[in-house]
Design a protein around this ligand. Structure first.
Ligand code: PAF
Length: 281
């Protein structure tokens, strides 16, 4: 497994790989790998001959008061996990390599980046679409794999790829959960013991919403209330949003239909957790 930090160097290596007729898969990450990331790597391996993961804590997707500086990092551990998992190359650039100064060009997916998480994180998706565009241009993957955990991110990236004709197939892999249902996330390490104990209430609420829908309830407002009530049962949970939305426009729906999903953001102390479920598959 190679570790490469420079853009010219990774381009040179990947040119050879392409010339050898191999397909390339990319899993963009911010590191601090967990089983969720490893499942994305497995997915990329199913579709491609050569798997690249990027590890880059992307400064442009963090707001000025967010956790850029304290975002968990452990490259040695990531490197070991990636090697054990059959990754072929880690792209590990620094901020100067990705954002040489001056830097003036951003990619924005209008509308979709303003709702849900975008409402409280106004620069977040602009940072994500910019860095993912850069990674697509640097790596030129045949396939790129993202997690359903970040449902809005996945929808925005698919839209960007379609709108801007990036020649890449986007695959969205299912959420990987802890045994008690909490969606895996690098940020789960921020939770105190008591917050961690209460956090599975989020998935319990989403699961019972899905059960209600499976029994025939299609009223988004009633399902939304049910979810709020269930999560509200945890004294430490502070709901940021519970939205039941269309999977293409991310607009709120009144009636739940196939593909409609519920997305939530909930704070436990200083930690902001997100989760989602598709209500009718
Ligand atoms: O999902 C993430 O970890 C990040 O948003 C991504 C896609 C790697 C871009 O920095």
């Amino acid at each position: 497994m190679k570790v490469v930090g420079s853009i010219p160097e990774i381009r040179k290596i990947l040119r050879e790989i392409r010339l050898a007729g191999k397909t390339i898969g990319l899993v963009p990450t911010m590191g601090y790998l967990h089983a969720g990331h490893l499942s994305l790597i497995d997915e990329a391996k199913k579709h491609c001959d050569f798997v690249v993961i990027s590890i880059f804590v992307n400064p442009t997707q963090f707001g000025p008061t967010e956790d850029l500086d304290k975002y968990p990092r452990d490259f040695k551990r990531d490197e070991k996990l990636a090697r054990e998992h059959g990754v072929d190359l880690i792209f590990f650039p620094d901020a100067a390599e990705m954002y040489p100064k001056p830097f003036f060009t951003y990619v924005v997916t209008e509308q979709l980046s303003k709702t849900l998480c975008g409402a409280s994180r106004p620069v977040h998706f602009r940072g994500v679409t910019t860095v993912v565009s850069k990674l697509f241009n640097i790596v030129q993957p045949d396939v790129a794999v993202f997690g359903q955990k970040d449902a809005q991110q996945a929808i925005i990236i698919r839209r960007m790829v379609g709108d801007l004709n990036f020649p890449v197939q986007v695959i969205v892999a299912p959420i990987v959960r802890e045994a008690d249902g909490l969606a895996m996330s690098s940020r789960n390490v921020y939770l105190s013991q008591e917050e961690r104990r209460q956090a599975p209430i989020i998935f319990n609420a989403l699961k019972s919403a899905k059960e209600f829908v499976s029994k025939g309830d299609r009223d988004a407002s009633a399902i939304g209330k049910l979810i709020r009530r269930t999560i509200g049962g945890s004294p430490l949970a502070e709901i940021e949003y519970v939205e039941i939305v269309d999977p293409i426009t991310l607009e709120n729906v009144q009636n739940i239909e196939r593909g409609t999903f519920v997305a939530v953001a909930v704070r436990f102390g200083k930690t902001r957790l997100i989760d989602n479920v598709v209500l009718i598959d």
